[in-house]
Design a protein around this ligand. Structure first.
Ligand code: ATP
Ligand code: MG
Length: 569
C-alpha cells in the first residue's frame, strides 16, 4: 500500500490520559482513536489491519483444533440472563436497557447464556457431542475504570468459545486441547507468556487457567517458580507448607492483659513470640445478593497476609469491603483485639487452613487491651479455607524451590464450567441409555483487542512500536527518502511491485515529506523491517533496517530484492 493514499494520522502528541507505552503509541501511530475518552475506540486502517492479523492467527489455530466459528447477536434478551440468574447478580458492568416495547435487553459482556441457548435448540443427543463453538465479537462491560487504551476498554473484541460434552472427562480432554491451542496462538504472536492457575471463583479447584503476557505494566501479580512450570495468579497461588523455627509459647488457656498491642508487631514484641504463633484476625463486610451484608472475621497466622479474593470466595460473597471502627463497635468488636475464639453473635468466622490443628496460639479476646493465650484449634470444627496470600520467597508446592512475583497481562482465560449454565437453562441431551442429562461445559476466552496492547507492552522502545512477525501491519516498509529524485522513485516503485508480486505486504512511503518525519513515522509504526532508499543510491547502495534495535545494514541496490526475501522469510 502507498503511504500517500492511507489514513495514518500519526502525531507527536501524547494523549494526556495515557501512561502505558501501548496506549501512547497506538494513538500516536494512528492505529486507534479515542471516542469521547471513556474506553471506546475507533480502529483506523492500520489498527484494523493489525486486529485482523491477530484475529486470523486466533481463528486459524482454533479451526485446526476443530472449533467452529459462529456469530451471536450482540444485543442479548435479558430473559436469558434471568434464566441463568445473572441478570440481577452481574452488577454495574452489565449495560441494561429497554427497547420501545419495554422489553429488557443487555449488551453481552460474555455470552454463556447466548451460546447455551443456541445449542439447546439444536443439540439433543450424545451423538452430536462434543461440540466447540466460538465467536470473535464485540463485548461490552461498563468498567468502573476504563483505562490504558485497548487494555481495559468498555467495548472490546473478545474471542469467546464454549464447549459442550457428554461427560466431565471429555470436557477435561477439550480443556487440555484448548490449553495447547492457546499456547500455539500466543507463540505464533511472538509473545512471552506463562500459563498460570487462576482463581476459579466460588467453584474452586484447579479448573481455570489464565494466559499471562509477561510485562512490568501488567495489572495482575503472578507467582512463578523458576525451577519448574508452576505459576499462579496471586488470587489462586498456593505454597509448600511453612514451618517455624522458633519455639512455640507453651501456656495454658488464659486471658492476658496486653495494653497497646494493636498490631502483630507490637504483640510479637510484647510476648517475645514469633508472629507464626499469633492469630491475625481481619474483619471485612461481605456483600451478598439483594443488599444483604455480614461481618466476617478471617483468621490466619500472624506471619501470613490475607488474600482477599480467596477470602471472598470462601464465603461465597459478591464482594468484601473494609469496615470502619464504628461499624466494628456496633457488632461488639474492637480493632486490634479481635480474635476467632469467643465472638459476638451475628459475626461469622473463617479460619485459614494453617490453623487447623494449630496449638499454643495467641489471639485477640474481642475486648480492649486483652488477648487470649494458649489457644488450641486441635479438633475444633470450623469453617477452614485457604486464605493466604503467597509471598515472594515462599516455596513452590510442586518442587519446593523459592518462588517470586512477576507482573502479567491477562490475555486469555480457560475455564472448566461443568453444568453451571446448562442446568438452569435446560441444555440437556439424551445419553446412550436414553437418559436426559445436562451438558458438561468448558468456556475459553481471549482478549483479542487487548492483545494489541499486550504485544506493544512487550515489544517497544522509546521511539515506538515493534510489531512481531505475525502481528505486524506490513511485512516491510520501503522508504523513498527524496521523492524528487527520479532514480530513488524508480527503484522504490520497482521494489514495491517486485516484492508485492512475491507475496509480501509492503508499505511504500512515497509521501512528499522530508526524510526526518518519514523515519520518525517508521520508528513509531514499528513495521519489523524497512528498506531506505537514500543518497547512497548514487553509489549503488540502499539500507536494510531491522526495527528491533534499529540495526542498519548497507546492501547493493541490485541485490536488495533477494536480500529482503531472504531476511523476511
Ligand atoms: P480482567 O480480570 O482483566 O478484568 P476478566 O477476568 O474479567 O478480565 P474474562 O471474563 O476472563 O476477563 O474475559 C476473557 C478475556 O477478555 C480476558 O482474559 C481479557 O483478555 C479480555 N478482557 C476482559 N475485560 C476486558 C476489557 N475491559 N478490555 C479488553 N479486554 C478485556
Ligand atoms: Mg478472566
Amino acid at each position: 500500500m502507498r503511504f500517500s493514499r492511507l489514513l495514518i494520522p500519526t502525531t507527536k502528541e501524547t494523549p494526556n490520559d495515557a501512561t502505558l507505552a501501548s496506549h501512547i503509541y497506538l494513538i500516536r501511530g494512528g492505529f486507534i482513536q479515542s471516542v469521547g475518552g471513556s474506553g471506546l475506540y475507533n480502529f483506523l486502517p492500520l489498527g484494523k489491519k493489525v486486529l485482523d492479523k491477530v484475529r486470523a492467527v486466533v481463528k486459524d489455530e482454533l479451526d485446526q483444533a476443530g472449533c467452529q466459528e459462529v456469530s451471536l447477536s450482540f444485543v442479548t434478551p435479558a430473559s436469558l440472563w434471568q434464566e441463568s440468574g445473572r441478570f440481577e447478580k452481574y452488577g454495574k458492568e452489565l449495560l441494561r436497557f429497554k427497547d420501545r416495547k419495554n422489553n429488557d435487553f443487555i449488551l453481552g459482556p460474555t455470552h454463556e447464556e447466548m451460546m447455551v441457548n443456541l445449542v439447546r435448540q439444536s443439540v439433543k443427543s450424545y451423538k452430536q457431542l462434543p461440540l466447540n463453538l466460538y465467536q470473535i465479537n464485540l463485548k461490552f462491560r461498563d468498567e468502573i475504570r476504563p483505562r490504558f487504551g485497548l487494555m481495559r476498554g468498555r467495548e472490546f473484541l473478545m474471542k469467546d468459545g464454549y464447549s459442550f460434552h457428554a461427560s466431565q472427562e471429555d470436557m477435561q480432554r477439550e480443556f487440555a486441547l484448548m490449553e495447547e491451542t492457546y499456547k500455539k496462538i500466543f507463540t505464533r504472536l511472538g509473545l512471552e507468556f506463562r500459563v498460570v492457575e487462576a482463581d476459579s471463583g466460588a467453584i474452586g479447584g484447579s479448573g481455570s487457567k489464565e494466559f499471562m503476557v509477561l510485562a512490568d505494566s501488567g495489572e495482575d501479580t503472578i507467582v512463578v517458580c523458576d525451577s519448574c512450570e508452576y505459576g499462579a495468579n496471586i488470587e489462586a497461588a498456593v505454597r509448600k507448607e511453612k514451618a517455624c523455627e522458633s519455639e512455640a509459647p507453651e501456656a495454658v488457656f488464659a486471658k492476658f492483659h496486653t495494653p497497646a498491642t494493636e498490631t502483630i508487631e507490637e504483640l510479637s514484641k510484647f510476648f517475645h513470640v514469633d508472629p507464626y504463633y499469633l492469630v491475625k484476625t481481619v474483619a471485612k463486610k461481605a456483600l451478598f445478593d439483594e443488599g444483604e451484608t455480614k461481618v466476617i472475621l478471617f483468621a490466619l497466622r500472624g506471619s501470613d497476609e490475607l488474600q482477599e479474593v480467596k477470602a471472598c470466595n470462601a464465603v461465597n460473597a459478591n464482594d468484601l469491603v473494609d469496615i470502619s471502627e464504628e461499624e466494628l463497635a456496633e457488632v461488639g468488636l474492637v480493632a486490634g483485639y479481635m480474635g476467632p475464639t469467643v465472638v459476638p453473635e451475628g459475626v461469622s468466622i473463617v479460619l485459614d487452613n494453617t490453623l487447623k490443628e494449630a496449638s499454643s496460639m495467641i489471639c485477640g479476646a474481642n475486648e480492649k487491651d486483652y488477648h487470649l493465650i494458649g489457644n488450641s484449634f486441635i479438633g475444633v470444627e470450623a469453617d477452614y479455607h485457604d486464605l493466604v496470600a503467597v509471598q515472594e520467597g515462599d516455596l513452590c508446592p510442586c518442587c519446593g524451590e523459592p518462588m517470586r512475583y512477576t507482573k502479567g497481562i491477562e490475555a486469555g482465560h480457560i475455564f472448566q464450567l461443568g453444568t453451571q449454565y446448562s442446568e438452569p437453562l435446560g441444555a440437556n441431551f439424551l445419553d446412550e441409555n436414553g437418559k436426559s442429562q445436562p451438558m458438561v461445559m468448558g468456556t475459553y476466552g481471549i482478549g483479542v483487542s487487548r492483545l494489541l496492547a499486550a504485544i506493544i507492552e512487550q515489544n517497544h522502545d522509546d521511539k515506538g512500536c515493534i510489531w512481531t512477525k505475525e502481528s505486524a501491519p506490513f511485512d516491510l516498509q520501503v522508504i523513498i527518502s527524496n521523492i524528487k529524485d527520479d532514480e530513488q522513485v524508480a527503484l522504490g516503485e520497482k521494489l514495491y511491485e517486485g516484492l508485492k508480486a512475491k507475496g509480501l505486504d509492503v508499505l511504500l512511503d512515497d509521501r512528499k515529506e522530508r526524510f526526518g518525519p518519514k523515519i520518525k513515522d517508521y520508528e513509531l509504526l514499528g513495521v519489523p523491517q524497512a528498506v531506505i532508499i537514500g543518497k547512497k543510491l548514487q553509489d549503488g547502495l540502499v539500507e536494510f533496517v531491522s526495527r528491533e534495535g534499529l540495526v542498519k545494514e548497507e546492501v547493493s541496490a541490485d541485490t536488495i530484492l533477494d536480500v529482503v526475501m531472504q531476511k523476511v522469510n
